[in-house]
Write a protein that binds this ligand. Structure first.
Ligand SMILES: NC(=O)C1=CN([C@@H]2O[C@H](COP(=O)(O)OP(=O)(O)OC[C@H]3O[C@@H](n4cnc5c(N)ncnc54)[C@H](OP(=O)(O)O)[C@@H]3O)[C@@H](O)[C@H]2O)C=CC1
Ligand SMILES: CCCCCCC/C=C/C=O
Length: 329
């Protein structure tokens, strides 16, 4: 008999999540039936989407949603071998049973030297968000000037580097001087700390006096209201996230987008990465290749210990992470 530890949403978040909103429980797992596997989580992901999706898709008492890299420890399914690592969407659990459906094997070309946790970050869902958002929503082309916020995070850091690979000029904003230094190190042309600049408007203008062709928006709210006025005519805005609004108890009010959208003839499109589920393999292959070639750098903010999942999640929402926020069990 195996005991699994799980984190449950004890109370729906009101405003910023608190550790008391979560509860750690233990569940006894039954013996495996034919066709089933027992897996143990090795790395778990904490992501911003968990905040809005907890309200949308979960009820109090549910196990927290999420993905992990897990190792198969027992198998009664001939298609899966013990010792294999997979990406699963089994929520915040140390151990779980699966019938194999929905498990993704790591690409066969995954080098032994590369952390498997990258399958939750640069070579996983966040990296694919950057890839498809830039390619299919921003439709970037050589010579474009691309703006990205939350630029030192899991998605943003990949957006900037892919745009550079694609021959663009890249401007990023992030919430600390260390993050800004990191952005310059990984090749951003311009970067600034949005928390300390005197004027966001001026910082954006200084970074690109001619304005922006593409804006990959991870943040929303006031940042978007200001940045939209610095788009070039026919600019494209990809609405990837709105993290500045996820914890609001009262919805933020305008300024509204219609006037700049109209007179600059902008395109603005929201997207969810799962739209390209049928192209996951293509995206992962491209991202993995760039990582192996050293063209796509990664950084992980690793929290040790399953017990610390809520703290890691809250820390990520506060901006404590540089690169992808990961929990190592
Ligand atoms: N559309 C889609 O399919 C997907 C969308 N997303 C979205 O992309 C965005 C980035 O996600 P991800 O890369 O995983 O997370 P990150 O690794 O970027 O972590 C979140 C970061 O957001 C920044 N942040 C937090 N609060 C604010 C705020 N009030 N204003 C500005 N920045 C803030 C912090 O960085 P800082 O120190 O710079 O403030 C923090 O580090 C999120 O909005 C997320 O919801 C992610 C995956 C898929
Ligand atoms: C494999 C999990 C898919 C999660 C999709 C995340 C979409 C994110 C939206 C905003 O953050």
């Amino acid at each position: 008999m195996v005991t699994s530890k799980v984190w449950v949403l004890k109370k729906h978040f009101e405003g910023f999540p608190k550790t008391s909103d979560f509860e750690l429980k233990k569940i006894e797992l039954p013996n495996l039936k034919d066709g089933e596997l027992l897996l143990e989580s090795v790395f778990l992901s904490v992501d911003p989407y968990m905040r809005p999706y907890s309200r949308k898709d979960m009820k109090e008492g549910d196990i927290m949603i999420g993905t992990q890299v897990a190792r198969i420890v027992e198998s009664k399914n001939p298609a899966f071998t013990v010792g294999t690592f997979v990406v699963a969407g089994s929520g915040w659990r140390t151990h779980f049973i699966s019938d194999g459906k929905g498990l993704q094997l790591l690409p066969s070309s995954w080098p032994e030297s590369l952390p498997k946790s990258l399958a939750l970050g640069t070579v996983g869902m966040p990296g694919l968000t950057a890839y498809f958002g830039l390619l299919e929503v921003c439709k970037v082309k050589i010579g474009d000037t691309v703006l990205v916020n939350a630029a030192a995070g899991a998605v943003g850091s990949v957006v900037g580097q892919l745009a550079k690979i694609g021959g663009c000029k890249v401007v990023g904003s992030a919430g600390s001087d260390d993050k800004v230094a990191y952005l310059k190190k990984i090749g951003f042309d311009e970067a600034f700390n949005y928390k300390t600049v005197k004027s966001l408007d001026e910082a954006l203008r200084k970074a690109s006096p001619d304005g922006y062709d593409c804006f990959f928006d991870n943040v929303g709210g006031e940042f978007t209201s200001i940045a939209i006025n610095q788009m070039k005519k026919y600019g494209r805005i990809a609405i990837c996230g709105g993290i500045s609004q996820y914890n609001d108890t009262v919805p933020q009010k305008g300024p509204y987008v219609q006037i700049p959208m109209l007179f600059k003839e902008l395109l603005m499109e929201g997207f969810i990465v799962t739209r390209w589920n049928n192209r996951w393999e293509e995206g992962q292959k491209a991202l993995l290749k760039w990582v192996v070639e050293g063209k796509l750098k990664y950084h992980e903010h690793v929290t040790e210990g399953f017990e610390n999942m809520p703290m890691a999640f809250i820390g990520m929402l506060k901006g404590e992470n540089l690169g992808k926020a990961i929990v190592k069990v």
